[in-house]
Write a protein that binds this ligand. Structure first.
Ligand SMILES: Cc1cc2nc3c(=O)[nH]c(=O)nc-3n(C[C@H](O)[C@H](O)[C@H](O)COP(=O)(O)O)c2cc1C
Length: 164
């Protein structure tokens, strides 16, 4: 059983790719890492630490990520947990405030508020009428900053090594 669980909630795959990049970085620091969709996680009990990330849609987290947080809050409160969300597109990639339910759950489990990473919306990946329209506009593109994601994951890996 892996030591570290990286969980994601996505609609069009870009948050899963961020989760996979984070997992690869933590794994290279000699931790065993499992990456799972939030909807597919049974129990978090076997894991030493958890990273959870959701895509942002209409300023909300994906429902499966919120459900994961709620369902596992008591167990997560006993472990180190890092949260992120991904969404901003275009010229303003500033930090996004998490929805109030997520903020409340983050405080309850003793985790920092989520770190924001840029998102991706392209004509090839957009799903649904509004997304396809948006993907033809000036906000379209891939705004994920892989250096910032790696730096964040590195920091987690270092904290995990220090805690060994
Ligand atoms: C209809 C729609 C609404 C969105 N709302 C937000 C939002 O409120 N905040 C934000 O930061 N990004 C928003 N985004 C951008 C997405 O979060 C971004 O495309 C993200 O990378 C998608 O992640 P996924 O591929 O994992 O589903 C929105 C995108 C669409 C298509």
């Amino acid at each position: 059983m892996a030591e570290i669980l990286v969980v994601y909630a996505t609609k069009t795959g870009s948050t899963r790719e961020i989760a996979e990049a984070i997992a690869a970085r933590i794994r290279s620091a000699a931790h065993e890492v499992t990456v799972l969709d939030a909807a597919d996680v049974g129990s978090v009990e076997p894991y030493k630490a958890v990273v959870l990330g959701s895509a942002l849609y209409a300023a909300r987290w994906r429902p499966e990520a919120v459900k994961f947080l709620k369902r596992n809050a008591p167990a997560l409160a006993r472990k180190p947990v890092w949260l992120f969300h991904s969404g901003p597109l275009g010229s303003d990639l500033s930090a996004q405030k998490a929805p109030s339910k997520v903020r409340e759950l983050a405080s309850r489990i003793g985790a920092d508020q989520p770190t924001t990473f840029g998102g991706r919306l392209t004509p090839e990946t957009a799903v649904g009428f509004f997304a396809k329209k948006m993907a033809q506009g000036s906000m379209a593109g891939d705004y994920r900053d892989w250096d910032a994601i790696e730096l964040w994951a590195n920091n987690i890996a270092e904290q995990l090594v220090a805690a060994r």
